[in-house]
Design a protein around this ligand. Structure first.
Ligand code: UD1
Length: 433
């Protein structure tokens, strides 16, 4: 397994372009299962989760190829024996569950392994399943697989299976749940109303792609989405939105290392909750068009944060913010309200010298502490990013093991950090333990 060697302390300085958003690209790929004609997607980040989703689509009859700066997806019919998302492909990536809605909508049936992915809390998919049932699907969970069948839309054995428009209220705003139901509803018979939807920018991006393919969607980005089903969808060309979490990670890095970083080709509105916090803790924040500059100005002050669904502070930046607070003066209370068990990075940060107490969903960071290099273990995607940031701020050498988590979601991370003046080396091979 690869690891990172970071020689700290580093001061991040320079310009970096945000990659396309992994969490917008994954549903965009899944949406290709609905297309009747080729779909060309640009700004798809070249990260491992995208490779996994491409393999899954290939298995489900949608081949893809690189053409210039685009990934082009060619719809096909899944072979009868291939009409399922198998455990081997799904286990490493929870987002594989995004195939459930489109497969059921397009082919009337789906068999998808229960998802794996980051070990952050229990992460059930009950809302995805209840939503599909509200659209008339018959759902069975057996042997680690979810089987969904749309109702027959006519009489006789040969009648096609098709979802029916319906009304569904999510018990909590779920991002992939909203995306799954949106993709199910676009080909359903009649109108669907989805309530208490996730308002994350990635949901809006999916709705734009589906609309470009011919779907009729109103209200994406708000709590209530109305979808008027259409009989079929065509192809489209679509650029994925910038990755606010990846970009935000580099901006936190600028504040943490007392550096000066300009994030280019970003969407500042999507990063507003982070930018407000960075200004509050004492960093300089300047927005100009699609560029965001963050500079460290000397002393950082502690500020409390509670994660929340968009437009709140994103849970996917909680770990990076925790790393930042280790260098801030005072006590910062960081509350995780979206996921349970999302402080696995705390014991690893402690190995670098951080002083953090965790009680249930709340972490209290006592700062500032001098961080010193050590061996640490990445446990999930965003936790890994927080360890990289802490390693950059630490004196001496930090070794981050199991960076395959980072490779799932950060495009060219060591290259981008190198461009910003840091010394981060990837050491390939098995872990020495
Ligand atoms: C997505 C993101 C992930 C991010 C998260 C929250 C992708 C591929 N991943 O994950 O990076 O951290 O949003 O912003 O986009 N829940 C249920 N039942 C369900 C669905 C969700 O109880 O059926 C709960 C979850 O356990 C969690 C909360 O709802 O506590 C929000 O989770 P959700 O928005 O679904 O996260 P993901 O879509 O998996």
């Amino acid at each position: 397994m690869d690891r990172f060697l970071i020689h700290g302390p580093a001061t991040l300085r320079g310009r970096v372009r945000a990659s396309g958003a992994k969490n917008a690209a994954l549903p965009a790929l899944a949406a290709c299962l609905l297309a009747g004609e080729p779909v060309a997607l640009t700004r798809v980040p070249r990260v491992r989760d995208i490779g996994t989703m491409r393999k899954l689509l290939d298995h489900l009859g949608v081949a893809s190829e690189e053409r210039g700066d685009a990934l082009v997806f060619h719809p096909g019919t899944p072979a009868e024996e291939n009409g399922e998302a198998p455990y081997e492909l799904v286990k490493t990536m929870r987002a594989s569950v995004l195939s459930l809605g489109p497969l059921t909508a397009r082919w009337g049936r789906a068999r998808v392994s229960l998802p794996g992915g980051c070990a952050i809390g229990v992460r059930p998919i009950d809302q995805h399943l209840a939503g599909l049932e509200a659209l008339g699907a018959d759902i069975h969970v057996a042997g680690g697989y979810v089987e969904a069948r749309a109702p027959r839309s006519g009489s006789g054995a040969g009648a096609a299976r098709r979802l029916r428009g319906g009304r569904f209220r999510f018990a909590m705003p779920t991002v992939t749940g909203t995306e799954n139901l949106l993709m199910a509803a676009v080909l359903a018979d009649g109108t669907t109303v989805l309530e208490n939807c996730a308002r994350e920018p990635e949901v809006g991006d999916l709705a734009r792609l589906l609309s470009a393919m011919g779907a009729r969607i109103e209200g994406a980005g708000t709590e209530t989405i109305t979808v008027h089903g259409v009989p079929e969808l065509g192809g489209a060309r679509h650029e994925v939105i910038p990755d606010r979490i990846e970009g935000g990670t580099y901006l936190v890095g600028a504040a943490l290392t007392g550096g000066d970083v300009t994030l280019e080709d970003a969407e500042p509105a999507d990063l507003a909750p982070l930018l407000e916090k960075l200004a509050e803790v004492g960093a300089t924040v300047e927005v100009s068009g699609r560029s965001i500059r963050v500079a460290g100005t000397g002393e950082l002050r502690s500020a409390d944060v509670a994660t929340a669904p968009h437009p709140g502070f994103p849970t996917d930046l909680q770990a990076q913010y925790l790393a930042l607070m280790t260098r801030a003066t005072g006590v910062a209370t960081v509350s995780e309200t979206v996921f349970e068990n999302r402080f696995q990075h705390v014991p690893e940060l402690a190995r670098l010298g951080a002083v953090i107490e965790v009680a249930g969903p709340v972490a209290r960071v006592h700062g500032p502490t001098e961080l010193a290099g050590a061996h640490v273990m990445a446990t999930d995607l965003r936790a890994s990013a927080c360890l990289v940031l802490a390693g950059l701020a630490a004196h001496g050498e930090t070794t981050i093991h199991r960076i395959y988590h980072l490779d799932r979601g950060y495009e060219r991370m060591e290259g981008k950090l190198h461009d910003l003046g840091a010394t981060v080396e990837r050491v390939r091979g098995p872990m020495p333990d």
